[in-house]
Ligand binder design. Structure first.
Ligand code: SF4
Length: 115
């Protein structure tokens, strides 16, 4: 097993964008993320090269993207107080769409950093 150490790696999980992370990796995955917080550590350590999940799930079962969008729209339309949540590791353009969606729904908006 070859161990690679990357100094001053940048974590893009949240808006802080810490750029002093020390990563230790073997050939397939990151094993350690020194100086990263608990969120950054989880983000780095769960990155893998293989494709592990389908494009969409409905009730835990694989679905097409169109089916998932339809199901999401149905749930959001029926919700009394929809929450648009997450947006970590998300582009500014996608975050803008999330804000517009929360506004359209009359719902709430929150990022993962409230954890
Ligand atoms: S998730 Fe943690 S390590 Fe990553 S940028 Fe944010 S504060 Fe830094």
């Amino acid at each position: 097993m070859t161990l690679t150490v990357v100094n001053n790696a940048t974590c893009t999980f949240c808006g802080c964008v810490c750029d002093d992370i020390e990563l230790h990796a073997d050939e397939t995955r990151i094993l350690k993320a020194k100086k990263a917080c608990v969120l950054g550590t989880a983000w780095f350590l769960n990155h893998t090269v293989e494709r592990k999940y389908p494009d969409a799930l409905i009730d835990g079962k694989e679905a097409t993207l169109d089916e998932a969008i339809e199901a999401a729209a149905t749930h959001l339309h029926a919700a009394d107080m929809p929450l648009v949540y997450g947006m970590s590791n998300t582009t500014c353009e996608a975050q803008r769409e999330c804000v517009a969606l929360a506004d359209l729904l009359g719902g709430l908006l929150d990022s993962h950093t409230s954890l």
